[in-house]
Structures are given as structure tokens and as C-alpha cells.
Design a protein around this ligand. Structure first.
Ligand SMILES: *[C@@H]1O[C@H](CO)[C@@H](O)[C@H](O)[C@H]1NC(C)=O
Ligand SMILES: *[C@@H]1O[C@H](CO)[C@@H](O)[C@H](O)[C@H]1NC(C)=O
Ligand SMILES: *[C@@H]1O[C@H](CO)[C@@H](O)[C@H](O)[C@H]1NC(C)=O
Ligand SMILES: *[C@@H]1O[C@H](CO)[C@@H](O)[C@H](O)[C@H]1NC(C)=O
Length: 371
């Protein structure tokens, strides 16, 4: 990866002289352009919150990309993943001002061809990209990005956000599932946060509250945007077709009782149902905190089964328990924080993929936007 990145930088440098010549005739895309397909949570600046938020473009005659970012961008930089034509995401650190995005040397397009460009913030913190404009090469133009018909909404904490991974959420199991299924994916995962709306490990609010807000709980530590705004779910287009929730570790750490946790989770599902009326909701059991010897330490044992049973009893059969017991062993986690490593996340993604396929959901055979 490091070698690759270096090569991309060298390629970018040799490309600069031609780029300079082209800059005068470059194409400026304003942040209000309706052909920018925004994903995840953006405030009105417009700027990103929550790991995984970003945008997608379908570009005709694509050769070069630069991002002009405004003052609400994280300083000194925010890390984004950039993928061309559904290829691997390459990390680029971008800052307020103009950012030329390195394009791999071997990337070639034919005259008239279109290229899908995807950009998303990787970090659960320092993840603010305040997009002012996008600069494309002379002759480039935007055509509509066609989203996948399969749309996952993931909700969670550090175990879904990719905390401790070098490339953050881009290496986390929810993101990997989105890629494998050739789906759109929105991920709202807040490390340290409980589901209950309590202060937990620096999070001013719990996910049962924050999920309905535009901003992640990082807002509390900013001076330029120290407030939250309601999220307008009509902006999630198309709406989610499947919901996946993996949460509870921090409620357990904060000593939220079994009964209270089941109540909070039940109320949360009821509120989700005002937005997602009929979509399947997959409720993960904890995989537990792995130990060097013996089984993982568990929390809320039996409670997830109980809350799913309650849904069924109240007539909502479209809530499913995903039993993740055994999905994560000590070999899958960093010994010092017990969070999954990169291979650990890949392992979880493969287990969940098998579970989903067994449930009846198959990956799309191809991406919706032609590559
Ligand atoms: C981005 O910044 C981080 C933190 O300084 C650094 O570890 C990483 O190598 C940088 N990545 C790139 C692609 O420059
Ligand atoms: C943000 O506002 C809250 C009060 O609502 C305050 O406690 C907190 O210190 C503020 N954060 C910053 C970084 O100013
Ligand atoms: C939770 O309970 C344990 C055991 O009683 C106690 O040691 C710990 O301090 C409590 N944690 C919180 C956040 O209240
Ligand atoms: C989850 O799977 C484990 C191992 O197969 C099993 O012991 C446990 O009873 C299951 N839990 C539920 C809630 O189905």
C-alpha cells in the first residue's frame, strides 16, 4: 500500500506540468450541481459528518480531479478514500484550499467513456470535508450517477466504524459488505457511544438520539459548528432497503441494565419504523470481547433474542436476529483494545455475507452505474 501510494504521488508530480497547462480550461463543478450524488450526512456548509459520508460522480472524459475545500474542513487535514471505476480505495489527505487528487498512472479512459469517481471520509473523527467545488479536466462533464437498488443502512459504534484501522471505515465490515453486494451503503457508527441517550466515553449523546441528527457527536468538540440539526431522511435517495444494527457494547460498559437496554432498543426500532416502515432490520447479537483463552466475555446475553421476540409479538416479523457468536476470536482483534483488525473485519464481513445469502439476499451481479 505504501509503495503504491508513493507511485501515485510520483505519477501525480510528473502529471503536474500538463495539469497546469490544462487548468485554465478546467471544468468547475459547483457544490450545488444536482449531478453530484451526495452520500451520508452533510450539513449545509456543505460538509461531512460521520465516517463514510462523501460523494459519487459519473464523469465523461475523466482525466483529473481536484477538490476545493472550505474553512469547515478538519485541520490539518481529513483522510478520504478515492476509488475510480469501483476499484480499490486509495487514501488521500485533503485540507482547506485546493487539493489535487493523484490519479494512478495506469488509469486510462477512452474518448467518450464514463468513469465513476467515489470519495468518502474515512475517520470517525477529523472527518469534515467542506466541499466548495470540484475541478475536472478540460472536456470532462458530469452525467447522472446511477445508484444501486440495494441500499444498506448500518448503525453502530466503534465495532462498525473501523476504529483503530489504518483506513478507518473503508476497511470495516459494513463498508466491505456494501462493496461485496455492489450496494449503496450509509454507515452511522459512533465509537464509544451507547444506544441509550447518555454521555459515554466523550459522546454527549447516544446513538438512539444522534442517528436522527446530521452531525455525529464530534460536533460537541468543535467551535465552528457546536450544534446539531435534524437529519432530513428524504435526502437519503434512494432510501435504505436493509438496516443492520450492531450496538450495545457501550451501554454494557456504562452499566445500563438489561431491562433498560431492551426498552431503549425497542423504542429505537419504533422510531426507525417511522422512517423505514417495512424494511428488514437485522439485529446483531454481540460477538463479545475475545479473551486469549476461553470464550469471549459476553454482555446482554439473551436480551437481543428477547427484544427481537418482542417485535414479533407486536406484529413486526421483519426484524431478524443475527447470531454472531463465534464470528470474532482473539486472533481477529488487536490485543490491546480487543477491536477487530483488518483481517478481523474481513472475517466478519464474510460471515455476514454468508448469513445474508442464506437469508435470501444475493449480491448484485454488477454495479448500477456502468463502469
Ligand atoms: C495521511 O495522514 C496520516 C496521518 O499523518 C498518515 O499516517 C498517512 O500516511 C497519510 N496518508 C497519505 C496517503 O498521505
Ligand atoms: C459546545 O457547547 C457545549 C454546551 O452546549 C459546551 O459544553 C462545550 O464545551 C462546547 N464545545 C466547545 C468546543 O466549545
Ligand atoms: C459499572 O459497574 C461496575 C461493577 O459494579 C463498576 O466497577 C463500574 O465502575 C461501573 N461503571 C460505571 C460507568 O458506572
Ligand atoms: C447463538 O449461537 C450459539 C452458538 O451456535 C448458540 O450457543 C446460542 O444459543 C445462539 N444464540 C441464540 C440467541 O440463538
Amino acid at each position: 500500500m505504501l509503495v503504491l501510494n508513493t507511485l501515485h504521488y510520483l505519477a501525480a508530480i510528473s502529471f503536474l506540468s500538463t495539469a497546469n497547462a490544462m487548468i485554465q480550461n478546467s471544468v468547475t463543478i459547483r457544490n450545488t450541481d444536482p449531478l453530484i450524488y451526495f452520500t451520508g450526512r452533510w450539513d449545509s456548509s456543505p460538509g461531512t459528518w460521520w465516517a463514510s459520508s462523501g460523494f459519487k460522480l459519473n464523469v465523461k472524459n475523466f482525466q483529473s480531479l481536484a477538490l476545493n475545500l472550505g474553512p469547515h474542513t478538519t485541520t490539518p487535514f481529513t483522510s478520504v478514500g478515492v476509488s475510480l471505476d469501483y476499484g480499490e480505495f486509495i487514501t488521500v489527505n485533503i485540507s482547506e484550499g485546493s487539493n489535487s487528487i493523484p490519479i494512478p498512472d495506469n488509469f486510462k479512459t477512452e474518448e467518450g467513456a464514463t468513469t465513476v469517481v467515489r470519495v468518502n471520509v474515512e475517520g470517525w473523527q477529523n472527518n469534515r470535508m467542506n466541499l466548495e467545488s470540484i475541478i475536472l479536466n478540460q472536456g470532462a462533464s458530469l452525467v447522472p450517477y446511477i445508484p444501486s437498488e440495494l441500499v444498506f443502512q448500518f448503525i453502530g459504534d466503534s465495532l462498525s466504524a473501523g476504529q483503530y484501522l489504518p483506513e478507518g471505515v473503508n476497511q470495516a465490515w459494513p463498508f466491505l459488505i456494501g462493496e461485496t453486494f455492489k450496494a449503496e451503503h450509509r454507515i452511522n457508527a459512533q465509537p464509544g457511544a451507547a444506544l441509550s441517550d447518555i454521555v459515554s466515553y466523550g459522546n454527549e449523546h447516544g446513538v438512539s438520539c444522534q442517528f436522527f441528527r446530521t452531525e455525529d457527536t464530534g460536533y460537541f468538540y468543535t467551535t465552528d459548528h457546536n450544534f446539531t440539526t435534524p437529519w432530513d431522511f428524504a435526502r437519503d435517495q434512494p432510501g435504505a432497503t436493509h438496516l443492520v444494527i450492531h450496538i450495545g457494547a457501550n451501554d454494557a460498559s456504562q452499566n445500563v441494565t438489561d431491562a433498560h437496554f431492551v426498552q431503549v432498543y425497542t423504542d429505537f426500532i419504533a422510531r426507525l419504523r417511522t422512517v423505514y416502515r417495512v424494511q428488514p432490520i437485522f439485529v446483531f447479537t454481540p460477538w463479545g470481547w475475545p479473551n486469549p483463552v476461553g470464550p469471549p466475555s459476553q454482555y446482554y446475553q439473551g436480551q437481543y433474542q428477547k427484544l427481537v421476540d418482542l417485535q414479533h409479538e407486536s406484529g413486526d416479523e421483519n426484524v431478524f436476529l443475527v447470531n454472531t457468536t463465534g464470528w470474532v476470536t482473539y486472533a481477529d482483534v488487536f490485543p490491546d483494545n480487543l477491536h477487530p483488525t483488518v483481517p478481523g473485519h474481513e472475517h466478519i464481513a464474510s460471515e455476514f455475507q454468508a448469513w445474508l445469502e442464506n437469508w435470501g439476499l444475493k449480491p448484485e451481479s454488477r454495479w448500477a452505474a456502468p463502469a
